[in-house]
Design a protein around this ligand. Structure first.
Ligand code: URA
Length: 433
């Protein structure tokens, strides 16, 4: 087998066999296939695509490049969730204790934020003492003991995906549905859960800007999961504006606590409950979606879900007093209100611009090596559909930097204010699987 022949086959739109795909990934990882050949191959995939069998074979080749987490010592059906990433997405902070409170074990590995999107691990680290690294034994033991653990992704998981992603990033080959689907699903499969719920975001703050694109990606990922024996459900959810009210690490922990107290905003609460309800059905804690949704709502109203969050923080070494007194979370030195320049309705809020503005305030990383300021972020006082008058506060910037002018400009640009009232936002666009 020669790489050049496989590149030519893909360039001509031919399907590759499992052996050919394994050859490509194994030889690339062994350093025998150079980046220039891999780049040509990736570009051919971008133009010619991959069928379902090829995409599943690529997923498994990525999984087999590294460690596979064995969750079999954990009792019960392990259900994982994945979000394709967005702005203000604090859902894992809510869903992990919420699912654990109804008896579904969640052994969750999460990432750090990069660019305009945040990461669950960074958010949790805004709680003093919270450990996101632990031994495999402690991870398993915590899930068996309390039904949950939330840690950073193991460094040895899917190394081929890491190497390929870095190459895709600099060769204009990120936006290919089979490549994205294989990349995401390989990490989920290597992480060892039995069943998977995917939250595929659609809109200005997401990878997929339209519902149609997000649906296509969701369909491919559900196909991969099911064909590899992991029952998978995907939701296409709204990311046309930031999720909830808070963006930034400590800010989002504060908002997650409010949601678990039953005082969250409607959009983020509805999406959190919907994702968790699908996990609860897949985990066989409930027979069907409606009773799962009600059961989870009851876990919030009764305070059980919040108690589980307190337990999670304590178990992982964090200062649990923040749960009852969120003012103990890091606070920025400066709080700058940004006002509406005119009367009208908030017609739309570009989530990506808000995400980039939060990053400029210190909440995110421009490069992987950057450190972050847990106290920095943005509070949105007006969301899409709200009527505002000139001079009303649209949002507050929280920061320790001395020059916030670029962030302020970007945050204001994110808001479109119009005399026309926008159509109401649909939170859940599609359920697939
Ligand atoms: N997220 C991933 O993990 N991989 C991709 O290719 C795109 C988004």
């Amino acid at each position: 087998m020669r790489m050049v022949d496989l590149i030519i086959s893909k360039k001509r739109g031919q399907a590759l066999s499992k052996d050919e795909i394994n050859f490509i990934i194994e030889r690339y990882m062994a350093g025998e296939i150079p980046d220039y050949q891999m780049s040509a191959f990736l570009m051919a995939v971008c133009f010619r695509g991959m069928n379902r069998d090829e995409t599943a074979a690529l997923t498994m080749a990525l999984v087999n490049s590294g460690e596979k987490i064995d969750l079999s010592p954990i009792e019960g059906i392990k259900v994982d969730k994945h979000s394709s990433g967005g702005v203000g997405d604090k859902l894992s902070l809510v869903i992990v204790p919420l699912c654990a409170s109804v008896g579904i074990p969640v052994a969750k590995m999460s990432g750090r934020g990069l660019g305009h999107t945040g990461g669950t691990v960074d958010k949790l680290e805004s709680i003093k003492g919270f450990r996101t690294e632990m031994s495999r034994e402690e991870f398993i033991s915590n899930v068996n003991k309390s039904g949950m653990a939330l840690v950073g992704q193991s460094a040895n998981l899917t190394p081929a995906d890491k190497k390929l992603y870095a190459l895709r990033d600099v060769t204009g080959t990120v936006d290919s549905i089979p490549l994205i689907a294989a990349s995401i699903m390989s990490k989920k499969i290597a992480a060892g859960a039995d069943r998977i719920v995917l939250d595929v975001k659609a809109g200005s703050g997401a990878f997929m800007k339209t519902v149609e694109e997000a649906e296509e990606l969701a369909n491919v990922m559900v196909g991969i999961g099911n064909s590899l024996g992991k029952k998978t459900v995907a939701l296409v959810t709204d990311m046309s504006q930031p999720l909830g009210r808070e963006v930034g690490n400590a800010n989002e922990v504060r908002e997650a606590i409010e949601i678990l107290q039953g005082m969250g905003m409607e959009d983020v609460t509805t999406i959190a409950l919907t994702v968790a309800a699908h996990m609860a059905v897949l985990g066989e804690a409930f027979a069907e979606f409606d009773s799962a949704y009600e059961g989870l709502l009851d876990a919030i109203k009764s305070g059980r879900a919040l108690s589980k969050f307190r337990e999670l923080v304590t178990l992982q070494g964090g200062d649990a007093s923040v749960v009852d007194n969120p003012d103990l979370l890091p606070r920025a030195a400066r709080h700058i209100d940004v006002m509406a320049p005119q009367d009208g309705y908030v017609f739309s809020i570009d989530a990506e611009k808000i995400g980039v503005a939060a990053m400029l305030l210190g909440a995110g990383r421009k490069t992987k090596e950057d450190s972050i300021d847990h106290s920095a972020g943005i509070t949105l006082h007006a969301k899409t559909g709200k009527k505002v008058s000139r001079g009303d506060v649209l949002l507050t910037l929280h920061t320790n930097v001395s020059d916030w002018s670029e962030a302020e400009k970007l945050a204001l640009e994110a808001y479109v204010i119009s005399p026309e009232k926008p159509a109401p936002i649909t939170y859940i666009h599609k359920v697939i699987g």
